[in-house]
Design a protein around this ligand. Structure first.
Ligand code: GLA
Length: 372
């Protein structure tokens, strides 16, 4: 038996902009999906989940079609289809999956599963794919599941480095590790509202992407990187989601640059305030927050966080709160008193996660990662 481990990720800042090819700043975390597998010469892909998700099996052929909407088999099929399109259909796998990464939480468990299965199929067929090749097939592969996402998750879970955030650029693709100061800490807190990427969230997510793209088109610009004065440009758009999405995307891109610079010079106050500004923009302009996420962000700030924001696609899932390492216990207990105490279903180890910047799946492998 061989095995592959792919971590989850938390996005520190740069939300809903990767699909406009703008830089983002996530990091991989110390929770992962682990897949043990062996090659199957008959071309079948059979994957058993250690949790409640059961077993899925299908024949790996060219031109796979999706399984029932919302079924996790779609991530297996998406991985097989993506690998098959580039390298051809090969040997299947017999695999078992275990995970300590909560699902539907904005921590990228679905992309981690897709990446893990793709890596298993490649390894089972003796193919050494580079980071660039993987990035060519994986983000598009996920569109098979219906979400027209960007490449942030795949890049972060593949190429992150221990102790570092990853400044990911898409055009051209590069990943620059930026060390996180030892006294900075990140806490991921679940709102207890589930954000199922393959469910209703899909249409909402895709609508934001379309609104941001059509705003750009109306302004006659080919790229958000050409936007220098967002407020002046936005006046040329009608009021509504399109204009607000445009303003979110353009200002968030600037916040990512400023946050990367603040991280590099260890400016915690500035970094924290950019995180909070990002949340306000996601709430008021892009409108991807919800009452639970807003309350959780507030509770984090009341409990001593230096900044907090929803992380991932939004509409539920998690927030990321930033504080000094010494303040972490107070932040955790503050969130329990202010947020979780009266809410049923809270399980500390699943819903309050200290996020330690961890290596991505390719770290330590001989495969070139495209790190600059
Ligand atoms: C999801 C997508 C990512 C990204 C985020 C929002 O997690 O998979 O590509 O677009 O939403 O920033």
């Amino acid at each position: 038996m061989d095995s592959v481990s792919v971590p989850g990720r938390v996005n520190l800042i740069g939300e809903h902009i990767d699909y406009h090819s703008l830089a983002v700043l996530p990091m991989a975390i110390g929770r992962a999906i682990r897949v043990c597998f062996r090659a199957r010469p008959d071309g079948a892909i059979r994957v058993a989940s250690a949790g409640a998700y059961g077993v899925r099996e299908f024949q790996w052929t060219a031109g796979l079609t999706p399984a029932a909407a919302g079924d996790w088999e779609n991530y297996l099929r998406a991985a097989a289809e993506a690998v098959g399109r580039k390298w051809g259909v090969g040997a299947g796998i017999e695999a078992s999956v275990e995970s300590d990464l909560p699902s539907a939480a904005g921590l990228s468990s679905s992309s981690a599963l897709l990446v893990a299965i793709a890596l298993c199929l490649l390894r089972a067929n003796g193919i050494a794919a580079s980071f660039e090749e993987l990035m060519e097939i994986l983000p598009d592969g996920e569109q098979f599941v219906g979400t027209r996402g960007g490449g942030m998750d795949h890049a972060a879970v593949l190429a992150s480095r221990q102790g570092c955030a990853s400044l990911i650029e898409f055009d051209p693709l590069s990943v620059r590790p930026i060390a996180i100061p030892a006294d900075w800490a990140f806490l991921v807190a679940h709102s207890l509202e589930h954000a199922e990427k393959s469910g209703g969230l899909r249409a909402e997510y895709n609508a934001r992407r379309t609104a941001g793209a059509s705003a750009l088109e109306k302004l006659g610009l080919g790229s958000y990187r050409k936007v220098d004065n967002p407020l002046a440009l936005a006046r040329r758009l009608d009021a509504g989601l399109e204009r607000d999405s445009f303003l979110h995307v353009a200002t968030e891109a600037r916040r990512v640059r400023e946050a990367a610079a603040a991280l590099e010079r260890g400016d915690a106050a500035q970094f924290g305030s950019l995180l909070s500004d990002s949340h306000a923009s996601l709430r008021d302009r892009l409108r991807v927050s919800c009452a639970a996420l807003d309350r959780l962000v507030e509770a984090a700030m009341e409990s001593g966080a230096m900044g907090a924001r929803l992380t991932g696609a939004g509409f539920g899932g998690c927030i990321v709160a930033f504080c000094r390492t010494a303040e972490l216990p107070a932040l955790e207990s503050g969130l329990i008193t202010r947020y979780y105490q009266d809410r049923p279903g809270f399980v500390r180890e699943d819903h309050l996660i200290r996020a330690d910047a961890s290596p991505g799946a390719l770290a330590g492998s001989s495969v070139p990662t495209g790190l600059s």
